[in-house]
Design a protein around this ligand. Structure first.
Ligand SMILES: Cc1cc2nc3c(=O)[nH]c(=O)nc-3n(C[C@H](O)[C@H](O)[C@H](O)COP(=O)(O)OP(=O)(O)OC[C@H]3O[C@@H](n4cnc5c(N)ncnc54)[C@H](O)[C@@H]3O)c2cc1C
Length: 271
């Protein structure tokens, strides 16, 4: 019997349901200025209009946190939020950016990609699809962008991947009927642990990731422009376009550019 899990048709082992060719990003959560921030401003004698509501609420949080350093809530110089934050970034005063974070869920990314992502330790939190708790008999596989550019290579690649998935299915079913002294929950964990050993690096791995603005900037800087890592570049392009909508001032010095292979590349530009 089939059941839906987002775009995943669990139980659907057809070839058409087996492949995904693009990463997707969902915004799960963001930092926003609390109503009570105005109490802070008035506590320090700043006029109510000093706390200018920004359409990009995360930027207001960064500005208010930054103004705590010099008790400059009154904004006597009349600086705009954009100007204030861009100046923080130019001065390298980036710890202030750690006060805001975004949580994204990524789908259509490979386990190879998520393994690279989770190496980023500072300012990030992760929750990733479990290969032990979730049956992968109808999991999808991420088509490498290089093969989308060379479609004549796709049939043999798809054949190899589907054969590996069939081995996974065979292993789960054989181990399910084998003798075991484990209880049912641990038995399932054990058989999936063994069967997943044949899943390829391109198996889809859904991941939830929370990162603060400073960490996202570091991630984009380190990962966005590795020319030969197209999957990473595509995810970084998605991240950057979302983050620029969320907080353009915090990410003003990053740009998405086109690259000779037709896929985007993310670069830090002179500020
Ligand atoms: C092109 C490329 C190729 C790579 N190849 C490999 C590879 O072959 N093998 C491999 O294992 N990894 C590889 N990596 C991963 C890389 O080594 C990092 O683990 C990964 O990019 C995370 O970066 P980070 O440590 O800067 O990030 P984070 O862990 O988020 O750290 C952010 C920053 O905090 C500081 N920091 C964090 N932890 C410490 C610490 N313990 N001590 C001092 N300062 C700290 C550093 O300034 C660091 O840059 C590669 C990365 C790239 C971009």
């Amino acid at each position: 019997m089939k059941k839906r899990l987002g775009n995943l048709e669990i139980g659907d082992q057809s070839e058409t349901a087996a492949f995904v060719d693009a990463p997707q990003l969902f915004v799960l959560a963001r930092s926003e200025l609390a109503d009570s921030a105005k109490d802070l401003y008035s506590y320090f004698g700043a006029a109510e209009q000093s706390l200018r509501p920004s359409p990009h609420s995360a930027e207001s949080v960064v500005e208010a946190a930054g103004r705590t350093c010099y008790l400059s809530f009154a904004n006597s110089s009349g600086r705009s939020t954009t100007d204030y934050i861009e100046n923080l970034v130019r001065q390298g005063h980036e710890s202030v950016l750690e006060h805001v974070s975004w949580t994204f869920v990524l789908t259509g990314v490979s386990r190879a990609f998520t393994h690279q992502m989770v190496r980023h330790r500072v300012g990030f939190a992760y929750s990733q699809l479990s290969q032990q708790y979730v049956d992968h008999r109808s999991i999808r596989f991420v088509i490498p962008s290089e093969l989308l550019m060379n479609p004549d290579l796709l049939p043999s690649w798809k054949g190899a991947v589907l054969a590996q998935r069939q081995t996974y299915v065979d292993l789960v079913e054989s181990l399910n009927s084998a003798q075991s002294n484990l209880g049912s929950r641990e038995r399932v964990r054990s058989m999936r642990s063994a069967a997943r050993s044949v899943l390829p690096n391109c198996v889809e791995a859904v991941i939830a990731v929370t990162g603060n603005a400073r960490s996202w900037r570091h991630f984009l800087e380190v990962r966005g422009s590795t020319e030969g890592d197209i999957e990473m570049r595509r995810v970084c392009a998605l991240l950057l376009s979302t983050l620029k909508q969320e907080a353009p001032s915090i990410f003003f010095d990053f740009a998405q550019q086109s690259f000779g292979d037709g896929w985007p590349i993310v670069k830090k530009i002179a500020s």
